[in-house]
Write a protein that binds this ligand. Structure first.
Ligand code: PEP
Ligand code: MG
Length: 583
């Protein structure tokens, strides 16, 4: 097959080379992991047992069919029985487990998808319609499998042939990304998505090269095609010629060497050349991210996006994490960070991060009932989280961060609910930190412009540049069609950033940036020049930002930044920001 190249939006840096693994929406709903070689036969057995169970289920339905049941129902059950016995279902998925080491659910869905695609090509309409039967049989087996799922160890990296797997999908939701945390995959390519969608953010936090917004990728790339994902340039090369492959392997090796060099900076304090200390913190999504955060030399957690504890849990209210379950996660995090501060952000649900049982999704979710708006509309859910966070604050230094505040009354209501949670805990004799600091995310332009309203009421601020840019420039951060308009260097964005940092500093209120700009070395010196002293980012970005700080001289950066903040011409601003890096 001829090689071809696709272009998209680079969202997570690095190079990945491997075989394409196509993910359909159905496939996204099951767990994906590679089983250890010694567990393969047990996994095969698990699938065989599930198939036997479904055979029994079908027989039992047959037996209990009411006398007056329509004849087609019996015929329909027969067809399902035949499909289940066909080697295409009863044997091929077993070989997939044996050859590729996929877990049973993944192997089954892979085969069902393959069969469905073959059926789509059939001309005869009746036969084409049988695809549904195959899918229904597959779902029956999946139900049995997931009901009896045993938790096998998760392997990572390559399949049994040593080839890495690259996920190719139309779209992947942030909740779907959660299942890829074990790194069974080494690259991501999606048709949809924008620079700062949460899907992109999660791929960056996993440190896995990703290109999104590659329109038609999922149509043009085929299962098992060789693919290079260039997460720096936003390029996807399919079936590359040997010479290109070789060149990319060399680049991979160079990146690896650079990474090794950076790792020497782990213990070096982040101090500018003229002696100003900068605090570098980690953004995390789950308590399990703490070891990586510590490993990167982070001085604490600057943003714990707690909504990931609430997502991907199935469709029932009861599946929301209970107070105790949340408390355990927060306690585990603060204990794992060994005395370093942990900033826990309350639930930021809505927009591109929906709960499984989300009410009807608003027409314009980014402007809808999101984050603190959702929590104030669901005070019981909010109180449960506040109580859990407060309880964990007895085990280490915790700060409370509230997302998407815009109105004074929202701050006041939030503070009242925090007090209510404290009162309840006091009455129950449960320990917590009574002086826990409460801060606001500055991510709505109104909040940045009316910062006085915030500094008067709160202990600290954290600027969420991802949303601040989205709302300032009126572009949906998830929509690839407007991704080219997402510009952190727009003069309006720079004005809001500079204004927020200096107003907070004048008021003596600590301020950090925890949006993606904080982890992007193109902007490190610009932010330093604006007066920022606290940056929070994915652990994978921390050492390169530190390297940039170590080479910075505030004496030189400050006057240059002042000029940038006065400029209004985009070309001049871009050029001047690039100049900052070679000062
Ligand atoms: C932000 O908006 O910059 C931010 C850090 O929050 P999130 O990306 O989770 O919306
Ligand atoms: Mg945000």
């Amino acid at each position: 097959m001829a090689s071809f190249t696709l272009h998209g939006i680079p969202v997570s840096r690095g190079i990945a080379i491997g075989r394409a693994h196509m993910l359909t929406p159905a496939a996204l709903e099951v767990e994906h992991y590679l089983v250890e070689p010694e567990e393969v036969e047990a996994e095969v057995q698990r699938l065989q047992d599930a198939i036997v169970t479904v055979h029994r289920e079908l027989q039992s339905i047959w037996k209990h069919l009411p006398q007056d049941a329509p004849a087609e129902l019996g015929a329909f059950l027969d067809v399902h029985g035949l499909i289940l016995s066909d080697p295409m279902i009863s044997e091929v998925p077993l070989s997939i487990i044996r050859n590729r080491h996929y877990n049973a659910e993944w192997a089954l869905v892979t085969q069902i998808d393959e069969l469905s695609a073959q059926f789509d090509e059939i001309e005869d309409e009746y036969l084409r319609g049988r695809k549904q039967d195959i899918q229904q049989v597959g779902e029956r087996v999946l139900k049995v499998l997931t009901g009896t799922a045993t938790h096998l160890p998760r392997l990572t990296e390559a399949d049994e042939t040593g080839a890495h797997l690259i996920v190719v999908a139309h779209d992947i939701s942030p909740a779907d990304m959660l299942q890829f945390r074990d790194r069974a995959f080494s690259g991501f390519v999606t048709d949809l998505g924008g620079q700062n969608s949460h899907t992109a953010i999660v791929s960056r936090s996993l440190d896995i090269p990703a290109v999104v917004g590659v329109q038609n990728a999922s149509m043009l790339i085929k299962q098992d095609d060789w693919v290079i994902v260039d997460g720096d340039a936003g390029v996807v090369i399919v079936d590359p010629p040997a010479i290109i492959l070789e060149r990319y392997r060399e680049r991979q090796a160079v990146l690896l060497r650079e990474r090794k060099k950076l790792s020497k900076l782990k213990k070096t304090p982040a101090v500018t050349r003229d002696g100003t200390s900068i605090s570098l913190l980690a953004n995390i999504e789950l308590p399990d991210d703490c070891p990586v955060a510590l490993e990167s030399g982070a001085m604490g957690v600057g943003l714990f996006r707690t909504e990931f504890l609430f997502m991907g849990r199935g469709g029932h209210e009861s599946r929301l994490p209970s107070e105790d379950e949340q408390f355990e996660s927060y306690r585990k995090t603060v204990v794992a960070m060994k005395g370093r501060p942990v900033t826990i952000r309350t639930l930021d649900i809505g927009a591109d991060k929906q709960l499984d049982d989300a009410r009807e999704i608003s027409l314009n979710p980014a402007l809808g009932l999101r984050a603190i708006r959702y929590c104030l509309a669901e005070p019981q859910l909010f109180l449960t989280q506040l109580r859990a966070i407060l309880r964990a604050s007895a085990y280490g230094p915790i700060k409370l961060l509230i997302p998407m505040l815009a109105h004074a009354f929202e701050i006041d209501q939030t503070l009242a609910l925090i007090n209510q949670a404290k009162e309840q805990l006091r009455a129950e004799n449960i320990k917590f930190d009574p002086d826990i600091a409460v801060g606001a995310m500055i991510e709505v332009p109104a909040a940045a412009l009316a910062l006085q309203m915030f500094v008067k009421r709160l202990d600290f601020l954290s600027i969420g540049t991802n949303d601040l840019i989205q709302y300032t420039l009126a572009i949906d951060r998830v929509d690839h069609e407007v991704a080219h308009l997402y510009n952190p260097l727009h003069p309006a964005v720079l004005y809001l950033l500079g204004h927020s940092i200096s107003t907070a500093a004048k008021a003596g209120v600590p301020v950090s940036v925890c949006g993606e700009m904080a982890g992007d070395i193109r902007f490190t010196r610009l932010l330093l020049g604006m007066g920022l002293r606290e940056f929070s980012m994915h652990p994978a970005q921390l050492l390169s930002v530190k390297q940039e700080i170590l080479g910075s001289d505030l004496g030189k950066i400050l006057p240059h930044t002042k000029k940038i903040l006065r400029a209004v011409e985009p070309a001049i601003i871009t050029e001047a920001v690039e100049q900052l890096r070679i000062l």
